[in-house]
Design a protein around this ligand. Structure first.
Ligand SMILES: Cc1cc2nc3c(=O)[nH]c(=O)nc-3n(C[C@H](O)[C@H](O)[C@H](O)COP(=O)(O)OP(=O)(O)OC[C@H]3O[C@@H](n4cnc5c(N)ncnc54)[C@H](O)[C@@H]3O)c2cc1C
Length: 379
């Protein structure tokens, strides 16, 4: 017997997140998008109700939620504002390498403080000359006695300049490719660390994105997560999990596009009646609904595989690629249903499209997801 019913606890998280998004996110989303401002008040409020850094284990004071719980919450935030959700999601992304490969001491040192205030983590893999080819890192990690010295530049790092720490992926021997990589926690108050916020994004403008410069930043060797040579593996295992929340946020964007489109189609009059009576409009709504339901179940399935300790890389890649591609398609159709008004920022649908475009790119482009899926198909 397969269960398709959410547990009472999951329904409570869903309601908590849905109410929070309605009261705290939707009213401010357009303003943070227009002004490209960090939503500090929303992050503080999310912390206060227990929706920030939800993956931190109970043993160090966190809620210890599972990936399916996170997906349920993520859909609600995606419905309200994908940019604001990326602030929360990128922090879970920064925490995940420590969940996968961190020691108990590292959980106490780095994760426990995040449970005591509205604080963030970040995940620094991408570099100016290197995104998809994550084994070809240029950022150097030199082992010097009981310290590691990090030198290099990371770019497009969500939360990178305002987080407590970045988990930085670097190479100690570029000749070894992925076997020469390490994951290292670098606190943002270390001498030699600096950040520049990047401006001019198409969407998700509430989420701050940074270039990070590591100018010989020294950290204790105890900041290394996992073993020497495991950096690439830890990054990939992290992304295999965190593509699920990206998919969940995309599902939320799709649900919003459908709700807004259905409402508008019932209200807008043309040729003597509501446009909802045209089959051409109805088919667009039906196609959105087909993709929404399909993407949600695939997202839940990938999360369930991860939560039950089963292989989930392929399922997460399918969920991420399908949900974000179909959400982008749905938001374009929403603009079509709104006609000229859809093109104006007076209505929410153009923002949905700009925001969800990023879901096709970050945490591995959808071309890279297809490489992952094809590898499993051909194995
Ligand atoms: C707003 C924003 C926030 C981000 N946040 C983070 C973050 O928090 N942390 C982080 O580490 N990174 C982050 N990223 C970086 C993001 O993950 C990368 O942009 C993404 O992985 C793609 O890398 P790239 O931009 O270097 O593209 P490239 O790797 O240069 O790819 C360019 C094109 O070539 C295609 N391509 C490349 N290799 C192949 C291949 N083998 N087969 C087929 N096609 C291929 C790609 O799909 C893409 O279409 C963020 C990016 C943005 C824009």
């Amino acid at each position: 017997m397969i269960g398709f019913e959410l547990t009472q606890e999951q329904k409570q998280f869903q309601k908590l997140a849905r109410d929070f998004v309605r009261e705290r996110v939707i009213p401010v989303a357009a303003r943070h998008d227009r002004d490209a401002t960090y939503p500090a008040d929303v992050v503080e409020a999310a912390f206060a109700v227990g929706l920030l850094n939800v993956g931190i284990p109970g043993a160090v004071g966190g809620a210890g939620l599972e990936l399916l719980d996170e997906a349920i919450i993520g859909e609600e935030f995606g419905y309200g504002c994908m940019g604001i959700y990326t602030v929360l999601m990128a922090s879970e992304l920064g925490i995940t390498p420590l969940l996968i490969a961190g020691s108990r001491e590292q959980h106490e040192q780095f994760l426990a403080p995040l449970t005591r205030g509205p604080r963030l983590a970040a995940f620094a893999l991408s570099e100016p000359n290197n995104g998809s080819d994550a084994a070809g890192l240029a950022t150097k990690a030199e082992f010097d006695g009981d310290e590691i010295v990090i030198t290099g530049t990371k770019t497009w790092i969500s939360n990178g300049g305002i987080a407590d720490f970045n988990v930085v992926f670097a190479t100690f021997d570029p000749g070894l490719k992925h076997r020469g990589t390490v994951a290292v926690v670098v606190e943002t108050d270390r001498p030699g660390f600096s950040s520049n916020q990047l401006h001019g994004k198409l969407g998700q403008r509430a989420s701050p994105t940074y270039e990070l410069v590591f100018d010989g930043v020294r950290v204790p060797a105890s900041n290394m997560v996992g073993q020497r040579g495991e950096g690439f593996k830890i990054a990939m295992r992290t992304l295999d999990r965190t593509r699920v929340p990206v998919a969940a946020g995309s599902v939320g964007v799709m649900r919003r596009a459908l709700d807004e489109s259905a409402r508008y189609a019932r209200e807008r009059q043309a040729f003597g009646g509501p446009i909802a009576r045209f089959q051409a409009i109805q088919f667009k709504l039906a196609n959105m609904k087909i993709a929404l339901e399909t993407a949600r179940w695939q997202t839940y399935h990938a999360a369930w595989l991860a939560d039950t300790g089963q292989p989930h890389a392929e399922a997460a890649a399918i969920a991420k690629a399908y949900a974000s591609d179909s959400a982008f398609e749905a938001t374009q159709e929403a603009i079509n249903i709104f006609g000229g008004y859809g093109y104006m920022n007076e209505y929410p649908v153009e923002k949905l499209m700009r925001d969800v475009k990023l879901n096709q790119i970050y945490e591995g482009t959808n071309e890279i997801q297809r490489l992952v899926i094809a590898r499993h198909v051909l194995e």
